[in-house]
Design a protein. Structure first.
Lengths: 161, 214
């Protein structure tokens, strides 16, 4: 009989399809795991609605549960329960090591341009705070492009949402 | 069709068709940054459309792809603003600015509404739209004194009003500093000729292989 802990451990081995250094558990998209006999219900709360990886993630969750010998029931929760604050501390560190600046913590109220242009963002390569916003938008919905004045290279910043 | 399904389809069609129009700048925007911005915004809007179609699909006992691609042009409920085929940057930015302002008013109302499922989705969409608004506001501030941009905003204003239900229009007018009284809104229900061309192009792959899964 599979336990909830075993399911969580297995899900923690599933890499994010676009940023494979981080697992789906680190990304914070698993809201709940409920085991009832051989039936495993997972509440999956997607990141960005336009993310093309959502279907891949859902399928990976189902395959992982099936591989444990249980019957998967993945529910997609389309409310605002996911935010970048759900990325775990370990996940943030893995992002930084892979060259992605992790998201800034969410402030009260919506993000402003002044916040994005502040010096709070550190370069993931050299640690400098002499960085500037190049483009709010990047190669995927979840990323912005910044430029490091110190080591003179662009880097990707996970957007805060 | 019940009122909820009609509302969901209006919202979803607006986002799908605007996403399609925004994606027309992919590869040909004035700067590389805008190429990336328009492509990313388009992707988000189409993602919002998909989530809204999925809610509508439950009401209508179908699926999101069928709603997005299998209807005839006259069954789409999108506002005329999003259908316009705009070929210059001043009008394109004017539409982005006016649409984001109208969408903000609408999303605020949905978040406070009685439909808990739609309120939850609106709250999620709102988080992503924050970045679209920053982009639109930055451009509107940059172009504010340009006559071409101001003319474009005035020209598209009757279309922007048509995005919202009448009771929400004064809120939009207050936000953008224009008037509701002296303006005849371009309402939903009429399709520009440009929409038929868009529909032909958008549904071409789906029609070429009916029932295929990708």
């Amino acid at each position: 009989m599979v336990t909830a802990d075993a399911v969580w451990a297995a899900l923690d081995e599933i890499p994010d399809p676009e940023i494979p250094v981080i697992s789906l558990v680190d990304l914070g998209v698993i809201r709940d795991v409920a085991v009832d006999g051989s039936h495993v219900r997972i509440e999956f709360t997607p990141t960005f609605l336009g993310c093309p990886a959502l279907e891949v993630m859902k399928r990976a969750l189902e395959e992982t549960v099936s591989a444990l010998g249980a019957e998967p029931d993945v529910r997609v929760i389309q409310d605002d329960s996911w935010s970048t604050d759900r990325i775990t501390p370990a996940g943030r560190e893995k992002l930084r090591e892979a060259g992605f600046a992790p998201p800034a913590p969410r402030a009260a109220g919506a993000t402003t341009l002044v916040q994005l242009q502040s010096k709070a963002f550190r370069c993931p390569y050299c640690g400098s705070q002499e960085t500037r916003l190049e483009n709010i938008f990047g190669p995927t919905p979840c990323r912005s492009i910044r430029w490091c004045e110190s080591c003179r290279q662009p880097f990707e910043q996970f957007k805060t949402i | 069709m019940n009122a909820r399904a009609q509302q969901l389809l209006s919202l979803a069609d607006d986002e799908l068709i605007l996403g399609w129009r925004d994606s027309e700048w992919t590869g040909i925007a004035p700067t590389l940054e805008e190429d990336v911005a328009f492509s990313s915004i388009a992707q988000n809007e189409i993602g919002h459309a998909r989530a809204l179609y999925e809610l509508a699909a439950v009401e209508l006992d179908t699926d999101a792809d069928a709603l997005a691609f299998d209807r005839t042009p006259d069954e789409y409920r999108c506002a005329p603003l999003v259908q316009l085929h705009l070929l210059d940057w001043a009008h394109t930015i004017a539409r982005r600015y006016l649409y984001e302002e109208a969408d903000r008013v609408r999303i605020d109302a949905l978040k406070r509404g009685d439909d808990a499922e739609l309120a939850g989705l609106a709250a999620k969409i709102d988080r992503e739209e924050t970045y679209h608004r920053l982009h639109a506001e930055l451009w509107a501030a940059r172009l504010r004194d340009e006559p071409r941009f101001r003319d474009a905003v005035e020209e598209l204003w009757p279309y922007a009003l048509g995005v919202l239900e009448p009771e929400l229009r004064p809120v939009l007018a207050g936000r953008v500093g224009l008037s509701v009284e002296s303006t005849q809104a371009v309402e939903r229900g009429e399709h520009a000729e440009a929409f038929t061309q868009l529909h032909d192009e958008m549904t071409e792959v789906r029609r070429s292989a009916p029932g295929q899964q990708w």
